[in-house]
Ligand binder design. Structure first.
Ligand SMILES: Nc1ncnc2c1ncn2[C@@H]1O[C@H](COP(=O)(O)OS(=O)(=O)O)[C@@H](OP(=O)(O)O)[C@H]1O
Ligand SMILES: Nc1ncnc2c1ncn2[C@@H]1O[C@H](COP(=O)(O)OP(=O)(O)O)[C@@H](O)[C@H]1O
Length: 197
């Protein structure tokens, strides 16, 4: 920002000069919906096909870069802002950034979408639309049980909101098959958007 005496410094490499075109695949959905499972498979399939892909998992990023953030609304917004900026850098560098994060607020996700659109970078929002009853039945980390007992506050879907996307590029439901089939659907769509996958 100019009032901070900081100005953008142009580089000498165009996007076309880089070995590959990047993109961001942004997963959103409740805890336990299957975001990480599908993201892990999608990353593996892409790498097996020679595409440079890298996963920025919500839990993992919160163990490092975003270790200072909690789960209140403001911290979640900051979490998504930072992960979104990192994903944009990856995409600009020619990497397919795969980002499974709850990202419960529509406005936060839309800001990340706009950030990519501004730079002409492909952004694919994947809504992992698993009903909360099913997520709670799975409860692989026991978090829903803790939230029900009041041991975790601000828990998405229980004591904090989740705003579903209105127009995601892809919506995955349990009826779409197993996670491998869901990942294949995603890659087919990615291929139509960036010619990769
Ligand atoms: N209060 C509360 N609400 C939701 N989730 C919680 C909470 N506390 C801890 N966890 C764990 O944090 C993971 C979600 O982190 P995210 O960075 O994806 O969340 S957010 O996008 O900032 O909302 C989430 O991972 P996933 O289950 O993979 O979604 C949980 O393991
Ligand atoms: N399509 C699916 N069908 C059945 N179970 C699934 C499916 N996708 C994920 N799971 C299971 O649901 C649980 C939560 O998945 P996970 O990927 O960790 O969700 P999230 O990252 O959204 O919290 C895991 O135990 C996983 O094995």
């Amino acid at each position: 920002m100019s009032e901070r005496n900081v100005v953008w410094h142009e580089g000498g490499v165009t996007r076309e000069q880089r070995p590959s075109l990047g993109a961001t695949v942004w997963f959103t959905g409740l805890s336990g919906s299957g975001k990480s499972t599908v993201a892990v498979i999608a990353e593996r399939l892409l790498v097996e096909r020679g595409v440079t892909a890298y996963r920025l998992d919500g839990d993992n990023v919160r163990l490092g870069l975003n270790g200072d953030l909690g789960f209140g609304a403001e911290d979640r917004t900051e979490n998504i802002r930072r992960v979104g900026e990192v994903a944009r850098l990856f995409a600009d560098a020619g990497v397919v950034a795969i980002v499974p994060v709850i990202s419960p607020y529509r406005a936060d996700r839309d800001r990340v979408r706009a950030l990519h659109a501004r730079d002409g970078l492909p952004f694919l929002e994947v809504f992992v639309d698993t009903p909360i009853e099913e997520c709670e039945r799975r409860d692989p980390k026991g978090l829903y049980a803790k939230a029900r007992r009041g041991e975790i506050g601000d828990f998405t879907g229980i004591s904090a909101p989740y705003e579903a996307p209105e127009k995601p590029e892809l919506r995955l439901t349990p009826a779409d098959g197993d996670p491998e089939q869901q990942a294949e659907r995603l890659l087919a769509l990615l291929e139509t958007m960036v010619g990769e996958g």
